[in-house]
Design a protein around this ligand. Structure first.
Ligand code: 89V
Length: 342
């Protein structure tokens, strides 16, 4: 018997919404009934491509007229607080794109409003759902390399990221909000919570507002040291496979690496065992973003289970607030030029 489809609406019809909507439909069990963008042509283009019945240019009007089981907010980060609070006031479960908010106080307010209204609130934080990340976590949990003491997470790319997402060049805080929200979340996914952060930022592009290079050292509660390096400097690099992340984890009985092209190499006293974990491919995915677009599907599957009351979501608003504390703690550390408790 076919289960009731969850009805939802998408706010925002920019670059990312085309993949987000495709992701929901790929998981199945849900139906997009409306899309909204303040630019009507963008809403119509998205709706036309996916056969969505209605379009709006005003979010309140959409929420007044449509009966939906959840709202997917895929607008620019500065508008996330407004739309999540709007959903909370109306008792509508809400999924929000990362980064949750442009400031920590706003993220706290969003989580608090949803908690008070008993409205489920999730963040579409997909990086930890990449296939090689799930495999790395499995290796760690298996205990085969023992207890980790240090790790390095690198996402250093020359990819012209502003080409598809021009608004990123306007952000006063760019790479740690856009990319650090992913890589710092991955650090938490693997190793738990941090208690100190030290960060340095740089700007290489002359014509953007924010920083495009960041180096972060996390002191973890389990006493590990985790180095998180990020760059979108648009320079030439010998190894550049946007948007692949490299990870190296050292532990007392061995080590594990995630290298480019999705190779995972586990080294223990038995030697090194290597295997590739490429992402599943989808016909609608942009090949330049294949690993990310496939992780959208797995993240959204997890969120849909939670929305149906059939499982727990990993990336709840409350959980993601801890990642946001690392994001904004990093900026604070860079501004003060010292390590800070988080
Ligand atoms: O996935 C994202 O959040 C993107 C990108 C990886 C390009 O920075 O904004």
């Amino acid at each position: 018997m076919e289960r009731n489809k969850l009805r939802f609406a998408v706010l925002g019809a920019g670059f990312w919404s085309h993949f987000q909507l495709a992701g929901w439909l790929e998981v199945g069990g849900c139906e997009c009934v409306a899309v909204c963008d303040r630019v009507p042509e963008k809403a119509e283009a998205l709706a036309g491509k996916f056969g969505v019945a209605r379009t709006y240019s005003d979010a309140e009007e959409l929420l007044d007229k449509e009966r939906i089981d959840f709202l997917d907010v895929v607008t620019s980060p500065d508008t996330h607080p407004k739309f999540v609070l709007m959903a909370a006031e109306r008792g509508i479960p809400v999924v929000c794109q990362k980064p949750m908010a442009p400031a920590l106080e706003q993220a706290e307010r969003m989580v608090e409003a949803c908690r008070k209204a008993s409205v489920p609130f999730y963040v579409n934080e997909n990086w930890r759902w990449q296939r090689p990340m799930r495999e790395l976590k499995r290796v760690l949990d298996s205990g085969v390399i023992g207890t980790p003491f240090r790790a390095r997470i690198d996402m250093i790319s020359g990819f012209p990221v502003f080409r598809n997402q021009p608004f990123l060049a306007e952000l006063e805080q760019f790479i740690i909000t856009d990319l650090g929200s992913h890589t710092l979340d991955v650090a938490r996914f693997f190793f738990g919570e941090a208690d100190t952060v030290y960060c340095r930022t740089q700007r290489v592009h002359p014509n953007i507002r924010g920083e495009d290079v960041a180096t972060i050292v996390l002191g973890m509660k389990n006493s590990m040291t985790v180095l998180v390096e990020m760059a979108y400097a648009e320079n030439y690099l010998e190894h550049d496979k946007f948007p692949e992340t490299r990870v190296f984890i050292e532990a007392d009985k061995g080590s594990v690496r995630l290298e480019l092209d999705f190779w995972i190499r586990v080294t223990t006293e038995d030697g090194t065992h290597s295997r590739r974990y490429p992402p599943p491919t989808y016909r609608w995915a942009d090949p330049e973003y294949a690993i990310l677009h496939s992780s959208i599907v797995d993240c959204q599957r997890n969120l849909l289970e939670a929305l149906r009351g059939e499982g727990e979501a990993e990336t709840t608003g409350e959980d993601n607030l801890k990642t946001m504390r690392l994001v904004f703690g990093s900026y604070e550390s860079a501004a003060q030029g010292q390590a800070l408790a988080v």
